[in-house]
Design a protein. Sequence first.
Lengths: 147, 73
Amino acid sequence: MSLEASYSTTIVIPRTQMVTYGGNLRESPCIEILTLAMTKVVKDRGGKLDASYTDNEGVSSNCILSARTSDFPRGVGAVVESDGRITFRYDAYGDNRGIGKAICDQISQNYNVIAVMRAQKRLGFNVRIEERKLSDSQKVVTIMGVR
Amino acid sequence: MRNAVIVTIDGLGNLQVDFSGYTGNACTYEEVELRSLLAELGLNVEPRNRRSKNRSDSATTTVRSQAKQKVNT
């Protein structure tokens, strides 16, 4: 028997990691993956990683990690909620092209790709990755694990 | 036969997963294992659709497509 399934995803730091790394979540495996995912976004779009994002009035808010890109310098911030969920925050005011949302989607996609590849490797699969570009900012990624 | 797990990730982060080459319920166990590892890595996945593919499924599909071809010709 074989199986086909589709899933929606959310990024949630497991409770065990929340406890273990409580005071220093930046050292946790999930934030390490998030850092890789956001690094790829700032590399692709130009920009830098930071630990705050800014609203349209210039007020800055701290967060665990943020991506300030050349096309969205106010930045998108990643915030760890009390239940471990990671949410993305940004000020959408004046963002008529939806760049903030696109950045959030790219970070999520990159995170998922890294997590799936690591999980498949742990399960003993040989892993291969293919990317298909749909537009300048959108792509579909296929990860093939064979064992 | 080799086991293959093919995961497609769209621009919104949704996963489409195809488990193939498994016998019996092995693919279900693999799915549980994969979801558990993903949760450890901070990725919670919620099923939206789930469909078993077995030989009779493939046979039905083949019969249907042959019937369709006959109608077309």
